[in-house]
Structures are given as structure tokens and as C-alpha cells.
Ligand binder design. Structure first.
Ligand code: HEC
Ligand code: HEC
Ligand code: CA
Ligand code: CA
Ligand code: CA
Length: 497
């Protein structure tokens, strides 16, 4: 009965759609030539579709309206009238690897690809919802394959292997795009951990010469001790930067909030400079366009990114269960902590800048237990985030180390514990996508200098059946089946149904 009702509702929507279809088609056909001509020098993102910071702050818009505006910022192929690209580089400036002053291929003034200016939209790299089926299923906010890898700040790629060692030396970073699903929950966990660590820092300052252990949500970040002048000995801090701000975003754990990441991504990949970065009315990259992304655009974008549906867990048979037991017993869960809990279910939003007190100066919040994120509530008033990570930096050994010329040896080898939720759908694996299967990714943990070497060896020592069960368990960790449905065009929605 129920099923019938739902079906008849869909049918109804279908009929309405069919009824209005001629109107839409008609509207397109009757577009006047003058209107087309006036489109020639227009930005691709209609200024009317951009929302203002004031409207968000004053709650003039619903979450869905904000998400819709964010989806447009994420998915609209920007052109030069929107502010796409950098202006002509100033050759007298020494730094030509930073956005705003990059050369372009053959001086085409559009793309560079090996150091950003590599796409017109965010969507171009965050597209794949699941690689577990053939063909892959696509979805806004998904992962990228290897061809979507970003190449960051390289100025030497030795493709011909001049020293004949079989290695094409590369001094930039080669990074595979992760998905953005569930990122709101991750951000909230990180913000609460930062609050804990900052208050432990204050405790150390208030009690000079006393060692203070740094723990948050049961995770050990080493210890600190302050002298009587308030100077802190940071030598025993583990897995987090000396500023004691948890930074979940970026594979190396370099950004505390999605908004911060988004500002960098927009300028690096698209040459779209945010006013928060360069100031209002300022044409920093000298491409003739100011206010390329306003505060309102960025709020829409980051609210959209942090309210994307969360990954889910499927299946629950004996093999999966045995695999999960092994996952814990051989030490995977030491880093890939299955669940972290928050104390609040509200994710706060603030402009980029100060990260030490994340719950101050906020302008908006979303309830992550509600649609579309729908995190399970816990009994502390917060949510359960089944991320499979400790949000700590770990040194992953010589084999996985990057060769980025602008980083230290330690930085090159460190990565934040990859979140394993959704892992069944997101091949290829590891920071650069070098592991084509889950088994390869796990075995690569065992290499000289890696903090996960012993655990990687534990995996190799399992029987074939045990290995299979562990992989079967990982294959229950799925991306959300139909993310962002509320803001996709209706036609798209019907195809999905
Ligand atoms: C050329 C491909 C590419 C484009 C275009 C791109 N991204 Fe990404 N994205 C990546 C890669 C690669 C990473 C991982 C970067 C790292 O680890 O430092 C990433 C990571 C992210 C993250 C952090 C996710 C996490 O869990 O750590 C966010 C947020 C993000 N991108 C948002 C955006 C937005 C917003 C845009 C558009 C302004 C965008 N991306 C455009 C490739 C891309
Ligand atoms: C010392 C901490 C640590 C331990 C222990 C550990 N891992 Fe990891 N794991 C990481 C880090 C850090 C990464 C990211 C490495 C990279 O991107 O190069 C990672 C990446 C992965 C990935 C790839 C994720 C992706 O999105 O590409 C998988 C799968 C994985 N680990 C599974 C496991 C399993 C299974 C075990 C137990 C056998 C395990 N890990 C033990 C820290 C750890
Ligand atoms: Ca620009
Ligand atoms: Ca070489
Ligand atoms: Ca500009």
C-alpha cells in the first residue's frame, strides 16, 4: 500500500514535469538573438545566483537555498568574466609558483595544469561516487581518479630520467582527490579536539614546570611543559603541529576547516581569488576582475561542502565481523579509530583566520544530525562520526615519502591518518593513488621508517582467509548512495530514481 502511494507520487511528479517540459523547451527556443549577444561577455555564474554573507547571517535563506548556491559555486565552469585564471605574470617577481603570478602553457593565459590552473570547476576533480561498479557511478563531491590528481608547485619533472635510475624525478606534490562526503562531521571532531588541546596548553602555562599530557577524545598527542615565562617546550608533541590546532583537511593534515581549504583550492586550481584572501575591491592577480569570490560565495561553498551526506556502512555478516575483529586486533584501529564522538551536533562557521578558538566569532551553524548529513546522535548531545581516523599526522616511511622541494624530510613523510569511511568506493588508494587495490594500500604500510610498518607486517602474516575477511570488512564502508539529491536539478533526480 505504502509502496503504491510512493510510486503514484513519483508518477505524479513525472506527469507534472512532462506537462511543463514544452514550456521549458519553448522558452529556450524563443530566446532572442539580442539576449544571446548580451551573454557573450557575461560571467558564467549568474550574479543573481550568488548569495550575500548578510543574507546567510540574518537567516534570510534556508539551508537548502544556501546549499544550492554552494553547489553552483562548486560546479559552474567559471570563465574569465567570473575571474577565472591569473593575470599576466609579472616576470620581475621572483615567486612564480604561487597563484596570482603563474605562467601558462605557451602563454595561453588559461591553463598550466602542472601547478594549478587545472580546471574550470571544483567538480572536475571531485566527481566519482563509486569505483566499485563498472562503469563507475558519478556524484558531485566524490573522489578523482589518477588523471584528476593535482600536481602542486613542481618546477622539475624529469620525465626522461636523465640519471637513468628508473625514477622520473619530481619535486612537487602529486595528490589524488579525496571525497567531501561527511566532511562536516570531521570538521566538528577536529574543532572540539582543538578546544581540548588549547585548554591543556593554558593549563601548562598556568602551571609552569609541570608536564601536561595532551589527550583529546582518548587520543594521545604527547606532552608539553611551560617555563615560568610562558614559553612552551614543544619537543614532545606528537601527531599535531606545535600550534595544537587539529587540521583534518588535506592529505597531510594542513587545514583546520573546509572553508580554509576551499579558499586555497579556488585560487590554486581555478585562479579564483577570494576577497577573504586579497581584500574587497582588490584585483590582486591583475586579471581585471575584483571580488572573484565574495564572503557569501565562500560561505555557500563551504556550507555546501560540509553538509554533504555522510558515508555509510553496509552489510553485517560473519565474514565482515571477523574482518572487523582482525582490524582491531592486528593494530589497524590504533590509527584508524572507527568512531569519534562529539559533544555538540552543531557545526559552527566563521571566516578564515583565527583557529585557536573555533567556537568564537561564528556567523552560522548547521545541525549535523539533521538532513542531509543525518549523523547518528550520541547520548552526550553530540554525534557519532565513523571516520576511521585519529586525525593525527604519522610518518609513513621512505617508500611513501613525497619529494616536494619546498618541504622538510619529516613533512614529506607525514600524512594524516586516511579516513577509511567510504573506502570500498574510492580506488585508487594512498595519497597519490599508487595503490590500485586495498591489499596493495595496506601492504605499502610496511616500509622502512613507517610508523605503521609492524601493523602492515601483521597484515601480511595473516592467512589468505583472514586477509579476505579484513578486506570484506573494508568493503562494507561505502560512500553515500545518492549524495546532494536536494540540490541537483530535478531531471537528474528522476534519472537516479
Ligand atoms: C585538479 C583537481 C582538483 C580540483 C579542480 C579541485 N580539487 Fe579539491 N582536492 C583535490 C586534491 C588532489 C585534494 C587533496 C589535496 C591535499 O591533500 O592537499 C583535494 C582536497 C579537497 C578538500 C579537502 C578534503 C579532505 O578531506 O581533505 C576540499 C574541501 C576540496 N578539495 C575542495 C575543493 C573545492 C572547493 C574546489 C574548487 C574550488 C576543489 N576542491 C577543486 C583536487 C582537486
Ligand atoms: C601508524 C598509523 C596507521 C596504522 C597502524 C595503519 N594505518 Fe592505514 N593509513 C595511515 C595513513 C597515515 C594513511 C595515509 C597514507 C597515504 O596516503 O600515503 C593510511 C592509509 C590507508 C589506506 C588507504 C586510504 C585511502 O583513502 O587511500 C588504507 C586502505 C589503510 N590505511 C588501511 C589500513 C589497515 C587495514 C591497517 C591495518 C593493517 C592500517 N591501515 C594501519 C595510517 C595507519
Ligand atoms: Ca582570477
Ligand atoms: Ca631519475
Ligand atoms: Ca582578479
Amino acid at each position: 500500500m505504502n509502496k503504491f502511494r510512493i510510486k503514484s507520487k513519483i508518477l505524479c511528479i513525472n506527469l507534472i514535469f512532462l506537462a511543463i517540459l514544452p514550456l521549458i523547451v519553448n522558452a529556450q527556443i524563443t530566446t532572442k538573438t539580442t539576449e544571446i549577444i548580451s551573454l557573450i561577455s557575461q560571467p558564467r555564474l549568474n550574479p543573481e545566483d550568488r548569495i550575500s554573507q548578510a543574507d546567510i547571517e540574518k537567516h534570510h535563506l534556508s539551508l537548502k537555498e544556501i546549499r544550492k548556491a554552494g553547489m553552483l559555486v562548486f560546479s559552474t565552469p567559471f570563465n574569465k568574466h567570473d575571474g577565472f585564471g591569473d593575470g599576466t605574470p609579472d616576470i620581475t617577481i621572483f615567486d612564480n609558483r604561487s597563484p596570482g603570478n603563474r605562467p601558462t602553457l605557451q602563454g595561453n593565459n588559461t591553463f598550466l595544469r602542472v601547478n594549478g590552473l587545472d580546471a574550470q570547476t571544483c567538480l572536475e576533480c571531485h566527481t566519482i561516487l563509486s569505483n566499485a561498479t563498472v562503469p563507475a557511478r558519478l556524484g558531485v563531491g566524490g573522489v578523482g581518479g589518477a588523471s584528476q590528481n593535482a600536481m602542486f608547485q613542481a618546477n622539475n619533472i624529469d620525465v626522461t630520467d636523465t640519471n637513468n635510475d628508473g625514477i622520473a624525478d619530481f619535486n612537487g606534490r602529486f595528490i589524488n582527490p579525496p571525497f567531501l562526503f561527511g566532511s562536516g562531521g570531521v570538521e566538528l571532531v577536529g574543532l572540539e579536539m582543538t578546544v581540548d588541546l588549547q585548554s591543556l596548553k593554558q593549563q601548562a602555562i598556568d602551571n609552569p614546570n609541570t608536564t601536561v599530557l595532551l589527550t583529546s577524545k582518548g587520543i594521545d598527542f604527547g606532552s608539553i611543559v611551560a617555563d615560568s615565562n610562558g614559553n612552551i617546550d614543544t619537543g614532545n608533541i606528537k601527531g599535531v603541529n606545535d600550534d595544537l590546532v587539529i587540521k583534518p583537511f588535506g592529505r597531510k593534515g594542513e587545514f583546520a576547516t573546509v572553508r580554509e581549504f576551499d579558499v586555497g583550492a579556488a585560487s590554486f586550481h581555478l585562479g579564483m581569488q577570494a576577497t577573504e584572501l586579497v581584500g574587497e575591491g582588490v584585483d590582486e592577480d591583475q586579471d581585471g576582475v575584483v571580488d572573484e569570490l565574495t564572503k557569501g560565495d565562500l560561505s555557500a561553498l563551504s556550507i555546501f561542502n560540509t553538509t554533504m551526506d555522510r558515508p555509510v556502512q553496509s552489510g553485517d555478516n560473519d565474514d565482515d565481523h571477523d574482518g572487523f575483529v582482525l582490524f582491531n586486533s592486528i593494530g589497524c584501529a590504533d590509527c584508524h579509530i572507527p568512531q569519534l564522538n562529539t559533544k555538540t551536533k552543531f557545526l559552527p562557521y566563521k571566516l578564515i583566520g583565527e583557529n585557536q578558538s573555533p567556537f568564537n566569532n561564528t556567523f552560522y551553524q548547521t545541525d549535523l544530525s539533521k538532513i542531509p548529513t543525518k549523523f547518528e546522535k550520541n547520548n552526550q548531545g553530540g554525534i557519532e562520526v565513523n571516520l576511521f581516523s585519529d586525525l593525527k599526522h604519522h610518518y609513513m616511511g621512505e617508500a611513501l615519502k613525497e619529494s616536494f622541494s619546498l618541504a622538510t624530510n619529516k613533512q614529506n613523510g607525514e600524512f594524516i591518518t586516511a579516513r577509511l569511511w567510504g573506502i570500498a568506493d574510492t580506488a585508487p588508494y594512498l595519497h597519490d593513488g599508487r595503490a590500485l587495490t586495498l591489499a596493495d594500500a595496506i601492504e605499502l604500510h610496511d616500509n622502512p621508517g613507517s610508523e605503521a610498518a609492524i601493523v602492515g607486517r601483521n597484515f601480511k602474516a595473516l592467512s589468505d582467509e583472514e586477509k579476505l575477511n579484513l578486506i570484506k570488512f573494508l568493503n562494507t564502508l561505502r560512500t553515500p548512495p545518492r549524495p546532494n539529491l536536494d540540490v541537483l536539478p530535478r531531471v537528474e533526480m528522476m534519472l537516479h530514481n
